[in-house]
Design a protein around this ligand. Sequence first.
Ligand code: AMP
Ligand code: MG
Length: 266
Amino acid sequence: AKGRPADNPLIVHVPNVARLDQVASEVPDVARLILRTFSPGPVTVVLPRSPTLSPLVSAGLDTVGVRIPAHETAQTFLDACGVPVAAPSANRSGRPSPTTWDAVLRDLDDRIDCLLRGPRARVGLESTVVDCTVTPPVVLRTGSVTVEALRAAIGDVEVATAGHGHAGRSPGTRHPHYAPRARIVLVDSPGDVLPVSTAGYIGIRAPGEGFGITRVVRDAAAYAHELYDFFRRCDALDLDTIVCQRVDRTGVGLALMDRIERAADR
Ligand code: AMP
Ligand code: MG
């Protein structure tokens, strides 16, 4: 339904830590600590996989990514399933992740049998992915559970960077992601570009008149919450450019800049 590449491992979802042994052969202490501190919530831990898990789920890797979502609809669904659920985001592969159920409908309507309607995603970015099979643990994908918060909770943490040898450990990060149809332009300040009606603008600083659509956000967290919804809105209006104001790469700003740069880099 998504057109997802088969070498991109799926994240498996369970409702609580008691169900981890259904997917993982071992849960290192550091993973338990991460889950105790940040779960249920937007953090995925990569663990040694259980031999009973289908290799289709982990794309042939000997590890599995596991997450305990906080969303009430997801919790209810997982409880009802009683088995772990391998679940990607419900977007067409390469499109921005959906943050609302109507975005799912727009991407997948003719390809899915049903949809669970629920409230809008609280965070708006994909989960932080932490490989707990290595020492120190490595953040494979940044997210709203920040590197700073992880370090405060568990101590030493590395962050995977392109060309650092980590990309092979998280195959999905090689694939194009999160991209709207419109071209992305990054600016330090809205005054750096001429506002035109065929462009949208999103950022913390308010721009001058002239953009087709603008979204001014209060901080990086609000920016992250709005980003994909704004991308989709701009595409729906058939704009050709989306101007994104840069933010500091601290806290959630690191994940936000990662997603914007991926969307810009096509
Ligand atoms: P998505 O479902 O689009 O949020 O993508 C899930 C992402 O989680 C993948 O693209 C990988 O980067 C990461 N992931 C899932 N399972 C593993 C794993 N076993 N090892 C490393 N990374 C993983
Ligand atoms: Mg996805």
